[in-house]
Design a protein around this ligand. Structure first.
Ligand SMILES: C[S@@+](CC[C@H](N)C(=O)[O-])C[C@H]1O[C@@H](n2cnc3c(N)ncnc32)[C@H](O)[C@@H]1O
Length: 268
């Protein structure tokens, strides 16, 4: 993902889309609930950065109506071209390298983007610059901390947590993703000097086989091959994880999606 590493580059297009659709299915209700509280309304001009398969851009488009406009960017727009809403502009765009309008948007939003970038600060500054005075910036980023705290009386708890911990460390050390990025979002908004900041984290107790567990399974499958290549896990451990994530008797706390938002000082 991104222009910085080849991680996941062996995945089929189908596998990537499957993962994005699960992400949307589980987390769209959380993201849209927060967007509702910001008051997204008709006529808004919104920027969705790293739009993925486009569900949030589509939701924003319905809210903004024909008087509004949504720019949906991604470094790879392959899953966005099926969107034909007249008020959505699909833009192939690297947030780290390509120019962006300044002081333009009523809302700039991204989800699970910054955690993948080598220079999240640079992306964030550009996103903040794109917000018009009085407009909103909202970040949704994942934090894997909570997934490590499985209820200890569960006989599979130790093996599950140890394997996640190993996977998370592998991703972090190899700078593939920052698995603990979510906990930073509040400070990032504050440090920009944005006002009226609020934040919230969302998780739940997942059960094997549920969409949230299927999303985790897709993440495990994405990380598995590089970890096998590095000699960190064998096929048995991968099978154990896959089994638990599909086991309808296995409960575990899910990852946390942290959201934070704030308003750029200036006119409303
Ligand atoms: C984990 S996906 C999340 C997709 C979407 N935001 C969502 O939550 O449904 C991250 C997205 O960011 C895009 N991306 C990665 N690096 C990017 C960059 N430098 N500029 C713009 N988009 C990027 C990826 O192509 C991918 O679609």
């Amino acid at each position: 993902m991104g222009d910085h590493h080849q991680f996941g580059s062996g995945e089929t297009e189908e596998a990537v889309l499957h993962r994005l659709r699960l992400l949307e299915r589980v987390y769209d209700p959380v993201t849209t609930r927060h967007l509702e509280t910001l008051g997204v309304a008709r006529g808004w001009n919104c920027l969705e950065v790293g739009a993925g398969a486009g569900s949030i851009a589509t939701w924003l488009s319905a809210k903004a109506g024909p008087e509004g406009k949504i720019v949906a960017t991604d470094i790879n727009t392959r899953f966005l071209h099926q969107i034909v809403n007249p008020n959505i502009e699909i833009r192939q765009h690297d947030i780290l390298a390509d120019p962006l309008e300044e002081n333009q948007y009523d809302l700039v939003h991204c989800r699970t983007l910054l955690m993948w970038l080598r220079d999240p600060g640079k992306a964030l500054r550009k996103m903040a610059d794109a917000v018009r005075p009085g407009g909103w910036l909202m970040l949704d980023e994942i934090d894997y901390g909570s997934i490590l705290s499985v209820e200890s009386s569960n006989p599979s708890a130790a093996a599950f947590s140890d394997t996640w911990r190993m996977g998370i460390e592998f991703l972090r050390k190899n700078r593939i993703v920052d698995p603990y990025f979510g906990r930073r979002v509040r400070n990032l908004i504050d440090q920009l000097g944005f006002i009226e900041g609020k934040n919230e984290g969302w998780t739940r107790i997942c059960r094997g086989g549920e969409p949230m567990a299927q999303f985790d399974l897709a993440a495990v499958q994405m990380a598995a091959q590089p970890m096998i290549n590095a000699g960190l896990i064998g096929p048995e451990k991968l099978e154990m994880m896959q089994g638990l994530l599909m086991d309808m008797t296995f409960d575990y706390p899910g990852l946390t999606m942290f959201s934070a938002w704030g308003r750029k000082p200036g006119e409303r």
